[in-house]
Design a protein around this ligand. Structure first.
Ligand code: CU
Length: 504
């Protein structure tokens, strides 16, 4: 590879020295001088050919640039909040750049002027922005891209430094936005490109903090205490346990060269990145443009950092990507697979496979077993829920529990007979307002209610304070008030309460 000597921003040498960057600053080419002379990329962009960036979902990588001149590259990235599988039987609401975790891979060339559009989907609940570590400018773009749901932001930057850079959301609370999946990679190719390889893949590690324990079924919520304590429930590659195993394993053929663009979104946990059964022929440590070391077993990747590793696959088999801080791999999910097919090379390796034994529960067979188990557990839950006898018992239990909740709070205002107080506290017994909207009732208990309302034709304008109960208790007490004093308004399940809470 031709060494790419120019990887520093075009600051005066004296400033770099003052900053402690005691590096040699090369003379600028005519093309670079043009960029440097016009700090406002937009002016320069007018003279450049325009290209629409080809972005890819993980684990795919856009093709090499090939171009030998700078261009204006338009990047369109859409933020979407999506509920998806985190592990078998476990769901999580991810916040994404493009619908997947990590976000779409962006590939530009050193010297390109990037016109960046961040679009926040109208269905999003929150504003988001983006900080690209490839940007020289305040907040890496964060300051220019704070975008409300249903809106778009635009800013332009010149990709001054080649390298593999992390991008991430920088909206408060930042660790939560990152943990929820808001990170990805942007490759700024050196002017002469990287040495060609046969396959390129995109993998990122992230740590996830759920209120339930690892493996607890159903929709899980972010746990801020665990995040602050850096006690992740899951540590995963590409957004989910098993996103790169079994049928979804990375593929290669014997004799090919493979390049992994690997990054760590974090927010907290670094990676001891290793591929079991392979040796990295070259490592571009810390995502820089020069390969810093050859013949590496494990490379350290910081949170908010990256690496590029190249290796040739010489023998067939399954090679396991791990964070070699191994409980993260075997207990929390940081396992991926590279399946290499082709003829055996007994001189290099005898060919006996030991994956199943080595990987245990994380092996193909283990993954199939846990997928089947999750399927059966869901089936059992559905069968139980569908059984009318069990449904009745469940409702009865809910009513008794709900009554206890009612007697700790609601009765003080709405009265034990549910009739309320004329002009002050509206009735729950026979209330058309309660009957009309179950989701609204969940919100009233959670957040309280004030302002004018009409119940059974009579006006009320008072204040109900928010009620401090667990989600289970809210489901129970609403089921109670909706099925007592002659009310027959249906039931409220825990899932209903979680659904409404997730909308806020
Ligand atoms: Cu965000």
């Amino acid at each position: 590879m031709k060494k790419t000597s120019r990887s520093l921003p075009r600051f005066p040498a004296a400033l770099l020295v003052a900053l402690g960057v005691g590096a040699w600053v090369p003379a600028l080419s005519a093309e670079e001088a043009a960029v440097a002379a016009k700090p406002n990329g937009k002016k320069l962009a007018a003279d450049l050919p325009v290209e629409i960036a080809h972005l890819t979902q993980p684990p795919m990588v856009p093709p090499p640039i090939g171009r030998k001149h700078p261009a204006k590259v338009v990047v369109d990235l859409e933020v979407k909040e999506v509920t998806k599988r985190l592990a078998d039987g476990v769901e999580y609401t991810f916040w994404t750049y493009g619908g997947e975790v990590p976000g779409k891979f962006i590939r530009v060339r050193e010297g390109d002027v990037v016109e960046f559009h961040l679009n926040n989907h109208p269905s999003s609940k929150l504003p988001h922005n983006i900080d690209l570590h490839a940007v020289t400018g305040p907040g890496g773009g964060a300051a220019s891209t704070f975008t409300a749901p249903g809106h778009s932001s635009q800013f332009t930057f010149t990709a001054l430094n080649a390298g593999l850079y992390v991008y991430h959301c920088a909206t408060a609370p930042v660790p939560m936005h990152i943990s929820n999946g808001m990170y990805g990679l942007i490759l700024v190719e050196p002017k002469d490109g990287l040495p060609p390889v046969d396959r390129e893949y995109y993998v990122m590690q992230g740590d996830i903090y759920t209120q339930g324990a690892n493996g607890d079924q159903g929709l899980q919520y972010f746990d801020n205490t665990k995040a602050v304590d850096e006690r992740p429930t899951y540590i995963v590659f590409n957004g989910a346990v098993g996103s790169l195993t079994g049928d979804k394993a990375l593929q290669a053929k014997v004799g090919e060269t493979v390049r992994l663009y690997f990054g760590v979104g974090g927010p907290n946990i670094t990676s001891s990145f290793h591929v079991i059964g392979e040796i990295f022929d070259k490592v571009y440590a810390e995502g820089g443009t020069r390969f810093a070391q050859e013949n590496v077993q494990t490379t350290m990747v910081p949170s908010g950092g990256s690496t590029i590793v190249d290796f040739k696959v010489d023998v067939p088999g399954t090679f396991i990507l791990v964070d070699h801080s191994l409980t993260r791999a075997f207990n929390k999910g940081a396992i991926g697979m590279l399946k290499v097919t082709g003829p055996e090379t007994p001189v290099i390796y005898s060919g006996k496979e030991v994956d199943e034994v080595y990987l245990g529960q994380a092996s193909d067979a283990g993954a199939k077993a846990s997928a089947r188990e999750a399927e059966l557990v869901a089936k059992k839950a559905a069968a139980i829920a569908a059984n009318p006898e069990i449904a009745n018992i469940t409702k009865e239990i809910q009513l008794e529990r709900g009554k206890k909740v009612f007697l700790t709070s609601c009765f003080a205002c709405h009265m034990a007979d549910g009739k309320g107080l004329p002009n002050v506290f509206p009735p729950l017994a026979g209330s058309d307002f309660l009957k009309a909207d179950k989701d609204r009732a969940i919100r009233i208990v959670t957040k309280g209610l004030s302002g004018p309302i009409t119940v059974n034709g009579k006006p009320y304008n008072n204040v109900m304070p928010p009620q401090q109960f667990t989600e289970d208790q809210i489901a129970d007490v609403l089921t109670y008030v909706m099925n007592t004093w002659g009310n027959d308004f249906g039931t409220v399940s825990l899932a209903d309460v979680k659904r409404v809470h997730s909308q806020n």
